[in-house]
Design a protein around this ligand. Structure first.
Ligand SMILES: [Ca+2]
Length: 218
């Protein structure tokens, strides 16, 4: 019996630790790990070496007063994109960016791009605000889901968030305090990995400010 006691104690302690460990593991599984984060709090310039840009002439997509200022003075029709240079293979990603609308809402669109095969923004997925909210599979040009959105205001800051876990795609627009204004979701498996970025496209005179771009995985 004396020889059994240490063994029994060992089993009890091990089991207790295992239970505690299980609780910890489930919390860890839910946490996101930041791959890239940019608050643009540096001197006025272009976005720098962490980005590939695809912009039209007559378009400003630069840091100004610690934000990214987009201004379109041309009549071009293509989208203007800023992509993080790192290729993201992880199947579970969360993208977010803050944006501030200008004095009119004549933009088309403000968007987060995910799993694009290059920095052109013509492949992969797009969570766009036009200002309806929609998720597009760009390889096929398919609007996977669309939702009307009536509560976007001029000269106001919001957070756009795009979560892709496997083939599940969910988009949110939130207040700066994190309250959800609208949500859209769908599923698609056209693209499984790729570049992540943000983009917009405006009619002449459109100004949009972006800030706090973040890419996370889990
Ligand atoms: Ca900033």
């Amino acid at each position: 019996m004396k020889r059994l006691l240490p063994g029994i104690l060992f089993i009890i302690i091990s089991f207790t630790l295992l239970l505690a460990g299980c609780g910890g593991d489930s919390d860890d599984a839910a946490s996101w790990i930041t791959v890239f984060e940019d608050n643009f709090n540096r001197s006025d310039s272009d976005l720098g070496s962490n980005y590939n840009l695809k912009i039209e002439s007559g378009t400003t997509f630069q840091i100004e007063s610690q934000e990214v200022k987009y201004y379109n003075e041309s009549s071009g029709t293509g989208g203007d994109c800023a992509f993080y240079t790192g290729f993201i293979n992880n199947p579970n990603t969360r993208l977010s960016i803050r944006f501030t609308t200008g004095s009119d809402l004549n933009f088309d669109p403000i968007a987060l791009n995910a799993r694009s095969s290059d920095s052109s923004g013509i492949t992969g997925y797009c969570l766009a605000l036009i200002p309806s909210m929609l998720i597009i599979a760009k390889d096929d040009g398919i609007f996977l889901n669309t939702q009307s959105l009536s509560s976007i205001a001029t000269n106001t800051t919001y957070i756009l968030e795009f979560i892709i876990e496997g083939s599940s795609l969910t988009g949110y627009i939130k207040t700066t305090g994190g309250d959800i204004i609208a949500e859209i979701s769908t599923s698609d498996s056209t693209s499984s990995s790729g570049y992540m970025g943000f983009s917009t496209e405006g009619s002449i005179g459109t100004t949009v400010y972006f800030d706090d771009f973040k890419i996370e995985i889990r």
